[in-house]
Design a binder for this molecule. Structure first.
Ligand code: DGL
Length: 272
């Protein structure tokens, strides 16, 4: 039985999942988090299903050594490819980022036309569409891979004419489909929310799966009696691990997280 005062394990292919960690910190400030970013093997978005499943299994094994009480796959591509594969072997709760965002999109659409932007892996997997179709059969889903947006965010070009131009080209295809709801189906895209919102116009509702996932996590922890009772001190609350370039990760994390990121440790994930 998991201990309610243990940390939550959160992982991603790199820095992107920090948008999910940030929402967990905002919505459940008392919870401890162990974050792993697979910075040596990012991106996952253009890798095969079997490779992403193998990486996911290794990371879960690492997080279990940290005595986590629940795991969040804070990566859309890893959720799309690996969640179903790995969840059957788990004896603690594990959630991905797709279900919560898909549910919110289905609830929010008025005309039944939903768009998704994400990595090639996420869009080609059809996972968002599959999950939404189970909730409502008559919706029409249009997916659009936007691979260049990830490196632009990682370069810090959040408000830049180059990012505007590229986002505008990707989104023009969706504009012709009369969608009224758009899922930001990649960890990095919430950081481009204002750009995407401006380009799509006020009639399109943007769904941020990072925010919705933190809400879902809270509900799952509550249902299983796993919400934290005695909080750790601020110093020990958040621990960060990566597979490469720890300092670069720390700098990025410091730029988007509310609190101080003291240190990031590098581990050899291939050992797990
Ligand atoms: N974290 C990935 C996702 O949400 C984006 C970056 C990558 O391709 O690894 O799909």
């Amino acid at each position: 039985m998991a201990d309610k005062n243990s940390p939550i394990g959160v992982f991603d292919s790199g820095v992107g999942g920090l948008t999910v960690a940030r929402e967990i910190m905002r919505q459940m400030p008392e919870e401890k988090i162990v974050y792993f970013g697979d910075t040596a093997r990012v991106p996952y978005g253009n890798k095969s299903r079997s490779t992403v499943i193998r990486f996911t299994r290794q990371i879960i094994r690492f997080l279990l050594t940290q005595d986590v009480k629940a795991i969040v796959i804070a990566c859309n591509t890893a959720t799309a490819y690996a969640l179903e594969e790995v969840e059957k072997d788990m004896n603690i709760p594990i959630i991905g980022v797709i279900h919560a965002g898909a549910k919110t999109a289905v609830e929010s659409t008025q005309n039944g036309k939903i768009g998704i932007i994400g990595t090639e892996g996420t869009i080609n997997s059809g996972e968002y569409t599959k999950v939404m179709m189970k909730m409502r059969e008559d919706i029409q889903v249009t997916g659009k891979p936007c691979p260049l947006l990830v490196p632009l965010v990682e370069e810090g070009l959040l408000h830049d004419s180059v990012t505007d131009e590229i986002a505008s080209r990707y989104l023009s295809e969706l504009k012709g489909k009369y969608i009224d709801t758009l899922i930001l189906g990649c960890t990095h895209y919430p950081l481009l929310r204002s750009t995407v919102g401006r380009l799509m116009g006020p009639e399109v509702t943007l769904v941020n799966p990072a925010y919705e996932t933190a809400l879902e996590l809270k509900q799952v922890l509550e249902e299983q009696g796993l919400l934290c009772e005695s909080c750790g001190s601020d110093q020990e609350k958040y621990r960060f691990y990566v597979s490469d370039l720890a300092e670069k990760f720390t700098n990025f994390a410091a730029s988007i997280l509310p609190g101080r990121v003291t240190e990031t440790k590098q581990i050899n994930i291939e050992e797990f």
